[in-house]
Design a protein. Structure first.
Length: 93
């Protein structure tokens, strides 16, 4: 009986994700996969988790996020000036 429940649950999750993607397609700039479970970083302090959410949605203070910078502003990292200041640049470099 347990196998039947888990397979039904997996099918329901897949149907839900497909319907979500069909009716509410992700914005072109959002490259992250949708999940039905909380993101792993949600265990962090509220301030840090909120910062990560804003960076993933490209609505943060980073230079490449269009909601905070003007069209004429440089998208290069203000510290190094060599690469664009993106989410991955901030976290990894």
């Amino acid at each position: 009986m347990k196998a039947a429940y888990s397979s039904l649950k997996a099918k329901a999750c897949l149907l839900m994700l497909n319907a979500w993607h069909l009716h509410y397609p992700p914005l072109p700039y959002y490259s992250f996969h949708r999940l039905l479970a909380p993101h792993p970083f949600m265990g962090l302090v509220e301030f840090r988790a909120g910062r990560i959410h804003r960076m993933r949605a490209q609505k943060s203070y980073l230079a490449t996020h269009p909601s905070w910078s003007s069209i004429d502003a440089s998208h290069l990292c203000p510290l190094w000036g060599e690469e664009q200041e993106t989410f991955s640049h901030l976290v990894l470099r």
